[in-house]
Design a protein around this ligand. Sequence first.
Ligand code: SAM
Length: 291
Amino acid sequence: MSGTGKERWVTETLYEADGFTCAFRADKMLYEENTAEQHLVIFENRLFGRMMALDGITQVTERDEFIYHEMMTHVPILAHGKVRRTLIIGGGDGGILREVARHKAVEKITMVEIDPAVTEFAKRHMPQVSAGAFDDPRLDLVFADGAKFVEEAGESYDVIIVDSTDPIGPGEVLFREEFYRAAKARLAPGGVIVTQNGVPFMQGAELASTVGKFRRLFRVATCYMATIPTYVGGPMAMGWGTDDESLIAVAPEVLAKRFAEVDFPARYYTPDVHKAAFALPRYVLDLVENA
Ligand code: SAM
């Protein structure tokens, strides 16, 4: 936190060690706490609206969260086509939950979030992100370490969405091979796992590490991309791991039919954007093909 007496600025810490940072002016400080897991701050910024940062790393902003939450959710669910049971790891702000809940054919939504404070204060100070989804009767909300949760024997899921922080602090375990292996064991046949994998132009090693591990675990290991303005440094990658080769090859007209059937508004997702998201630029292909 920095600034003159009258202004306060919240500084992005993710790339400080590399000599880069950016800052968001906190026009109104809404909440700040050192929870049992991490530093949590929620504030208002004129350009991006209400924002949350965890350990100084931007997590979600009112203005651009729809991009990330739609792409992390509708791409795996519409590619799969018959999702009934979903698992969200992390996702404390409720944005992924909101988008999963739009799919009325989904029967069960299990969400495993390590830090109750994130959910409590996101509901209170950023209620538009979850938009009431925490009251969805299909939700089973578990406050636990996602890495431990998947280690336990239990039900299987058609889609697992790892909406984690970056591999720092409590999120670090969600980038380990043992987590991915245990998560795979919780995938139903034909299931798919997607992961928050950062901005490859800035965090290429993180993406290569995840895809390399996926390559050892799944028949299909790659990523897809979308640009979220407040995840600075260019388009971000969403890891994709599955044993079902057909999921990445679903025809645009099939995606369009499925999207029409679910019949809800989207502000970023379209079936064409879905297909195009898997067309990776050369520098990202170099990261994932040699992972
Ligand atoms: N969209 C954000 C991004 O792309 O960085 C992530 C949003 S969400 C706030 C990340 C969530 O992961 C946080 O609520 C955090 O508490 C949770 N989290 C971190 N480590 C976790 C773990 N080991 N198990 C479960 N949840 C975890």
